[in-house]
Design a protein around this ligand. Structure first.
Ligand code: HEC
Length: 126
C-alpha cells in the first residue's frame, strides 16, 4: 500500500515536472535538500555557528526548488493536490526561515521546515 503511494507520488511529480527536470531528477533534488537541512541543523542548534547569509542561500534554493515542483503539479486529483500543497508549504516555511534574524528564531523555523519533509515522507516515501 505504501509502495503504491510512493510510486504514484513519484509518477505524479515526474509527469508533472516533465522535461525541464529530466536532468535533475527528484531524488537528486531531495539529496540536495538533505545536505542543506544538515547544514541548517548544525547552524541553528544551540552553540551552532549561525550564519545568516549561508542560511539564506540554502533556504532560497530550497524554496525555489519546492516552488517549481509545486507549480508543475496539476490539481486534477486529490493526491496531486496534496503533494502540491506540501511543496507550497515547504517553500513558505523555507522563506520564513530565511527571514529569521537570530538563531533561536531560526531554530523554530528549521523545526517547522524539517517537519514538512518528515510528514511528506511518512505519507508517500516509506
Ligand atoms: C511533497 C512530498 C515531499 C516533501 C515535502 C519532501 N520529500 Fe523527500 N521524498 C519524497 C518522495 C516521494 C521521495 C521518494 C523519491 C524516490 O524514491 O524516487 C523522497 C525521497 C527523499 C530522499 C531520498 C532520495 C534518494 O536518494 O533516494 C531524501 C534524502 C529526501 N527525500 C529528503 C527530503 C528533505 C530534506 C525534505 C525537506 C526539506 C524533503 N525530502 C521533502 C517526497 C517529499
Amino acid at each position: 500500500m505504501r509502495n503504491t503511494a510512493l510510486i504514484v507520488a513519484v509518477a505524479l511529480v515526474a509527469a508533472a515536472i516533465g522535461g525541464a527536470w529530466a536532468s535533475a531528477p527528484l531524488k537528486a533534488t531531495m539529496r540536495d535538500w538533505k545536505a542543506g537541512l544538515g547544514t541548517l541543523d548544525e547552524m541553528t542548534a544551540p552553540g551552532g555557528g549561525f550564519d545568516s547569509p549561508q542560511i539564506s542561500r540554502i533556504v532560497n534554493q530550497l524554496s525555489d526548488d519546492a516552488g517549481r515542483l509545486a507549480s508543475r503539479l496539476s490539481t486534477s486529483n486529490a493526491q496531486a493536490q496534496d503533494v502540491k500543497r506540501r511543496f507550497e508549504a515547504l517553500a513558505a516555511d523555507a522563506q520564513s526561515l530565511a527571514a529569521a534574524s537570530h538563531r533561536d528564531a531560526a531554530r523554530v523555523k528549521y523545526n517547522a521546515l524539517h517537519a514538512g519533509c518528515v510528514s511528506c515522507h511518512d505519507a508517500y516515501a516509506h
